[in-house]
Design a protein around this ligand. Sequence first.
Ligand code: TPP
Ligand code: MG
Length: 297
Amino acid sequence: MKNDLIVEEMERELMRPGHMACPGCGEASTMRLVLKVLGEKTIVVILPSCVGVISATFPNATFAVPCFHSAFEIAAPTASGIANALKLQGREDVTALAFAGDGGTFDIGLQSLSGAADRNDNFIYVCLDNEAYMNTGIQSSSSTPQNAWTMTTPGGRRGRKKKFMQIIAAHRMPYAATASIGHPLDLMEKVRKAKEIKGMKFIHTLTPCSTGWRMPEDLSVKAAQLAVETKLFPLYEVIDGSEYRITHQPQGLPVSEYLKIQGRFRHFTKDDVDRLQKEVDEDWERLLAQSAMKGCV
Ligand SMILES: Cc1ncc(C[n+]2csc(CCOP(=O)(O)OP(=O)(O)O)c2C)c(N)n1
Ligand SMILES: [Mg+2]
């Protein structure tokens, strides 16, 4: 039965070809997989971001589902409004979905996202994290890794990447998870779960951007895999903000494997690499401890 469902999802195509994503765009591949699982009965909220460009360049539309183009700072409350209108109409078979970038999520949309999470509104929020404001020309966001190159941090960003899943977990929403195109079946399984759960669901996806990460376009999936296998971006779920579950055991490759394929880290010294490796190791130990405390708050 489950195999039939997976075949149906794989064959379903809700993203039309010929859209405006750069070759190797991690956001486009992520959205394609998410929509394969959610299916036709989905309404998508779109923000100013690369998604805005990918989804529609007048008069064309990329997604074969209804889309609502909203403002940069209000992905979550827009999806809340759609979800509540669907409820009033007795149409709870339709999924409200928001696609938002890291700028729209970690920075400008954080306050309104927090409000929607507090109300536990019934929608799925997929954060497409390419670690910068890419659509407007690669400006640093609070998701950009420390010392990474961007157009606004030519000597490397001074601030440190926000640990966003900790903020999300603190809201104690029914379901939150990390996912990536490097592990597509894991990603699809998480979307499948989110579809069945009532209330707010948040999926943090790492979406490599060959343009902004200064790497060849055919390395996006590899970059996504290396982020996971170096433990830099572990794959896990957080249920009700307290129950942590790791969904993939990483190989534990050195972070340098991930860094060396990307031009935005080309200036990294051995000290930079060692500092990042230490942070990744400490974060992984913390995640292991959290996942061992199943059921504890
Ligand atoms: C209130 C407001 N401020 C700024 C902008 C300009 N703007 C449009 S897209 C964008 C970058 C979005 O970055 P992110 O959310 O990370 O998505 P990405 O482009 O990386 O997919 C910005 C700054 C805007 N549309 N509205
Ligand atoms: Mg971005």
